[in-house]
Design a protein around this ligand. Structure first.
Ligand code: PLP
Ligand code: ZN
Length: 418
């Protein structure tokens, strides 16, 4: 394993671990997979499905050989993350207008309620292996909830920076409850990142933001698990929401691993969906612009997507290039309506996740996705992660609002409602 800069391609040994290259570029982790026996590994991954109470019962560490083979077992932190449901949902298929199955991968079922757990289990384990006991991140909420949970599981402390507006209180409360110190700061997510880049080393803090390449390694397990559950036959399209673009990056990296090693023989196309009010990456791709222009004042109901300056945009661009992928932007209203359909199917998710189904619907309407193709949407966060968005929708006048019925308790009143 070594680190390689995405920009200047300079390589660094693992012992020289840093978050960024001297040129300012982000790092990719480069594995040496020469020894990998694909058929043998498939068998190992299948056998581990029956593990209980060992780190390999985790839906992340099940794939340790493809994620962090060198890590000593004593440093593996886990809360049995991953192992999330994969659903074939008729109502979502009808809503987006496809003739073929639409799968939902419910990363919302992770222990802290979002896909951030897949990456965080690995980042905190790496930090532990380096001897850190103080972890930090800046976050719109789910990263901090996840970090706080794993830090406590590892017997360590966490310190998180959250912006003081446009965040979900559920996530902040969850972070506090797990025992993190939470600093609410003026300014945006992006400014928090800059602060940590400047000061974390001096402060003795291990940084768990998406710039940490170990988070990307852990998040690769999402596509590994999807592929394993579908017997190594992936759908035509994989749809993910794009905020900081770490999920998109990890998806692409995981797909490349699977393809290069012969686990799969065909790459699906990747669609990255952004919220219109926070869609600088989509704008760049849509206008075929060379320059990336950050969004100064991002604004969307999908708080996890409310990011104006995603650090991983270059990696995400490479993913689109490698998979013949597309980007799409959806309105808050499209997001909330799609969310209501997902919620009412019984699967449920938070607003940012529903951007995937909204985006898929738009891609079908615009005939970019053919009605006879198959698709999978990654649902990133839990239905209870943003209860104020739920309340606003169901007390408001929206397409699928499900209002509380105030009634006198008589047989007749109830019977006519059934
Ligand atoms: C973090 C997050 C996203 C965005 O993922 P990125 O890797 O930042 O693009 C989407 N949905 C939820 C629920 C999240 O927590
Ligand atoms: Zn560099």
């Amino acid at each position: 394993m070594k680190l390689q800069c995405v920009d200047c391609h300079k390589e660094y040994a693992m012992e020289q671990f840093q978050y960024q290259c001297e040129c300012g570029g982000l790092f990719d982790i480069v594995h040496n997979f020469k020894q990998v026996d694909t058929e043998q590994l498939k068998q190992t991954f299948n056998e581990r499905l029956s593990e209980r109470m060992t780190p390999y019962a985790s839906g992340v560490w099940r794939y340790k050989e493809l994620i962090f083979p060198e890590l000593a077992e004593e440093h593996m932190v886990t809360k049995y993350e991953g192992n999330t449901g994969l659903y074939n949902v008729q109502s979502v298929k009808d809503y987006v207008g496809l003739n073929q199955p639409v799968y939902l991968k419910a990363q919302s079922e992770n222990p802290s309620g979002s896909f951030k757990d897949n990456g965080m289990a690995v980042a905190v384990s790496h930090g532990k292996s380096l001897g850190y006991d103080k972890f930090t991140c800046t976050s719109t909420g789910n990263t901090s909830s996840s970090l706080a949970m794993y830090s406590s599981m590892a017997g360590s402390k966490s310190f998180v920076f959250v912006p003081n507006k446009n965040i979900s209180m559920n996530k902040v409360m969850q972070t506090l409850a797990y025992g993190a110190k939470v600093f609410s700061t003026e300014g945006k997510y992006d400014e928090g990142i800059n602060f940590l880049q400047a000061h974390s080393e001096e402060l003795g803090l291990y940084v768990c933001n998406s710039i940490n390449p170990f988070r990307i390694e852990g998040q690769k397990s999402i596509i590994f698990e999807i592929a394993q559950y579908l017997n190594w036959q992936l759908p035509d399209w994989i749809v993910v929401p794009g905020g900081a673009l770490s999920n998109s990056t990890a998806l692409g990296k995981g797909l490349k691993d699977l393809y290069d090693l012969g686990f799969i023989d065909r790459l699906p196309r990747v669609a990255i969906v952004q919220a219109e009010g926070a869609s600088p990456f989509h704008k760049m791709m849509d206008q075929k612009a060379e320059q990336f222009v950050p969004e100064i004042d991002p604004n969307t109901v999908a708080s996890a997507l409310n990011i104006g300056n995603p650090p991983s945009w270059k990696k995400a661009k490479n993913v689109l290039h490698a998979t013949d992928g597309v980007t799409v932007a959806v309105t808050d209203e499209e997001i909330l309506d799609a969310k209501a359909v997902i919620d009412q199917s019984g699967v449920g998710c938070e607003p940012a996740s529903a951007a995937t189904v909204a985006g898929l619907k738009q891609l079908v309407d615009r005939q970019i996705v053919d009605r006879d193709e198959t698709a999978l949407c990654v649902l990133t966060g839990n239905i209870l992660k943003d209860t104020s968005a739920l309340q606003q929708y169901h007390t408001g006048d929206y397409q699928f609002s499900n209002q509380i019925i105030n009634t006198e308790l008589t047989y007749k009143n109830i019977q006519k409602q059934l």
